[in-house]
Design a protein around this ligand. Structure first.
Ligand code: FES
Length: 665
């Protein structure tokens, strides 16, 4: 037993004895508490703030005296006077341990605080970004011991932070003036994605308090989303989305590949379009966060293989035919400057690895977010979009494929379809007895049959709305298992109206707008969902299973799909409805994880190497599964779990309905 004072850190509970006079920051280091510091203990950054507890602590069996920590010193007093320090707080680098003490470390003072996501099953995100700031004091030049300013900066980083660093010509060109402007003290932004020396991204004179920013970007075939994160706190401070301007060259991926092949310069045009759109999003998110685009020092981008190639300026022609060879399947890191994104000239862009020629970095990001490789039970993860990414697996084995669902799920190719924006019908209920319908639109709290509903605000139907509408039509006996809409007579409802030789179901009849579900709409949804289910079935075949334990619906749009309606429609294999959950934008979350935790990049590279890829385009059984999955919910597979919660009526309007009408005419 020594006389050294005992230090107990809360909430971690780490405890141990240190010699009297040891700074709290040093004590934290010795006891394995990650107390933060950017200035290296010079009393400038205030990242090391702690709150000492005074009084009796029965739980720990100690009494802490008023003078357990050293009195305020001049550095702390100056800091409090100039920048303010909350009551009870001390600077851990200045306050010294004099007697037994309990020290509380607030979450914001931890170097790697855990950010816990709200969903229960989701993983925690560790904050360990590739870009960090370090404050260093550099020795002045000495004629008698000549060495370069850069070499003395590197030596200071090595001595004060234990970091080996390298710098490029841009830094060398700036360094001398910055060192002198800061009176030989500078803040350095270091980029250290993993092993090896860190790269100096920027140097600023003196201590820089302003945050550095990183962007998590998800480039989808239809939309681009950009989330700007403060790399010191991990918080997303601004988000923005835009339509992918490549749509004008082709709605789906293959038509864009064809455009590139048929039109000289077509690929380059699409490259410019997507980069310009991203530059615009970076500028607008930076402005929203009160920063400049040049303050963005790192980007993580996830996208499918065609978007990946076009974004990087690689001709996607090889992705248009078997064997769908990728130019590079590993993670890619490039200088942002080469892509013309308008961010900091030293910023890097990290693209997650692609899984296969049709299964991209977006699927890798979904795997990172939903972690099927850590799951005890067999999970099917479906990222619903224009191109669906599908993962099936558990701790032992993970399979992946992608399936071309087309844009119907996003409201495109639907007669009254629109994007999920104000005025779009998003929820639908049809009374099985009367066949009357009620609905809810985005932007209004009340349902269409409730007081206060504004019918004039209805503008169309979005993806989740059309899925619910078709599923409800099936549940109410308005549409049969083959997807045929019944006639007014057969259904017994005036809502079924003739539409040429077939029938349509009217959801809403306003003064200037009619929103109905046409036979063509039902077919478009059947084709999209059959592609999705066929992909999932292929993976189940390969895994040798007939059922899955749970299903995760991912994608910005996947979050809005009701699990019950997804099952009725047969978008997913039969599964207990409570076991179908939504993950929100999992690809975007994966990008955010990779941005905030460089360790996650190594993890996903490892997982991607283990994932078994299935190419739907060349699998002979895909077509067979596709045809069977056209029925609602399915032609040959029973849906016993679904039938426990919903009874689908045995109606058959047959192809004959149209023929009968023709005969009558
Ligand atoms: S470590 Fe920077 S103020 Fe204490």
């Amino acid at each position: 037993m020594t006389d050294d004072p005992l230090v107990i850190f809360t909430p971690s509970g780490r405890r141990g004895r240190v010699p009297a006079g040891t700074a709290v920051l040093e004590a934290a280091r010795r006891l394995g508490v990650d107390l933060d510091s950017v200035c290296g203990g010079r009393g400038i950054c205030s990242r090391c703030q702690v709150s000492p507890g005074i009084g009796r602590f029965d739980k720990h069996g100690i009494t802490v005296a008023q003078d357990a920590l050293s009195p305020w010193n001049a550095v702390e007093a100056r800091y409090r006077e100039k920048r303010g320090l909350a009551a009870g707080r001390r600077l851990g680098c200045q306050a010294r341990v004099m007697a037994d003490v309990v020290v509380d470390v607030p979450a914001e003072s931890l170097r790697h605080p855990q950010i816990v996501r709200k969903r229960v099953e989701a993983r925690e995100i560790r904050l360990d970004p590739a870009v960090t700031l370090r404050y260093v004091e550099v020795e002045r030049p000495d004629m008698h011991a000549p060495s370069g300013d850069l070499e003395r900066l590197k030596a200071a980083l090595r001595d004060q932070w234990g970091v080996e660093a390298v710098a490029d010509l841009r830094i060398m060109q700036r360094l001398q003036s910055v060192l002198r402007a800061g009176d030989w003290a500078v803040t350095v932004a270091l980029h250290a994605p993993g092993e090896g020396a860190a790269r100096i991204v920027e140097v600023w004179p003196g201590f820089r308090a302003a945050p550095v920013w990183g962007a998590a970007v998800d480039i989808g075939s239809t939309t681009i989303a950009c989330h700007l994160a403060n790399l010191a706190t991990g918080e997303i401070e601004a988000s923005a989305g835009a339509m992918n301007p490549q749509i004008r060259f082709g709605e789906d991926l293959m038509s864009r590949v064809s455009w590139a092949m048929m039109n000289p310069g077509g690929a380059a045009e699409m490259t410019t379009a997507v980069r310009d759109a991203l530059a615009g999003l970076l500028a607008s998110t930076a402005a929203e966060a009160g920063a400049a685009p040049e303050d963005v020092l790192e980007l993580v981008v996830v996208c499918n293989p065609v978007m990946h190639h076009l974004f990087l300026g690689i001709d996607p022609a090889e992705l248009g035919w078997a064997p769908f060879a990728l130019a590079s399947s590993d993670a890619v890191e490039v200088a942002a400057e080469a892509l013309g994104l308008g961010v900091h000239p030293g910023a890097r862009v990290h693209l997650l690895p692609c899984i296969a020629g049709h299964v991209g970095a977006d699927a890798a990001a979904v795997a990172l977010s939903e972690a099927p490789h850590r799951s005890e039970d067999l999970v099917l993860v479906v990222d619903v979009g224009t191109n669906a990414e599908i993962l099936l697996g558990d701790r032992r084995r993970v399979l992946a494929c992608s399936s071309p669902t087309g844009p119907a799920f996003e409201g495109a190719q639907i007669s009254s379809g629109q994007r999920a924006a104000a005025g779009a019908i998003e929820r639908v209920r049809i009374d099985p007895a009367t066949k009357a319908c009620r609905f809810r639109v985005i932007g209004q709290e009340v349902w269409s049959d409730e007081p206060g509903f504004d019918a004039s605000a209805v503008t169309g139907i979005c993806g989740s709305g059309i899925i619910e509408a078709v599923a409800e039509m099936r549940l109410a006996g308005v549409v049969d298992a083959d997807g045929v809409i019944g006639s007014a007579d057969a259904v017994g409802s005036a809502r079924c109206v003739a539409d040429g030789r077939v029938w349509a179901y009217v959801l809403h009849e306003g003064e200037d707008r009619v929103v109905s579900v046409t036979q063509g709409d039902v077919r478009a949804i059947q084709l999209a969902k059959a592609a999705l289910t066929a992909g999932a079935r292929l993976l189940m075949d390969r895994m040798g299973v007939e059922r899955v334990d749970r299903v995760v619906l991912a994608g910005a749009f996947g979050a809005h799909i009701s699990p019950l309606h997804a099952l009725i429609l047969g978008m997913i294999p039969d599964c207990s409805v409570e076991k179908v959950t939504s993950a929100g934008n999992a690809a975007g979350t994966g990008a955010r994880i990779a941005l905030l935790d460089r360790g996650a990049r190594a993890e996903i590279a490892e997982v991607v190497r283990r994932i078994e890829k299935v190419e739907t385009a060349v699998e002979p059984r895909f077509q067979e599964h596709f045809v069977e999955a056209m029925a609602i919910p399915h032609k040959t597979r029973g849906y016993p779990e679904l039938s426990r919660v919903a009874a689908l009526p045995e109606v058959n309007f047959g192809e004959g309905e149209g023929r009968r009408r023709r005969r009558r005419a």
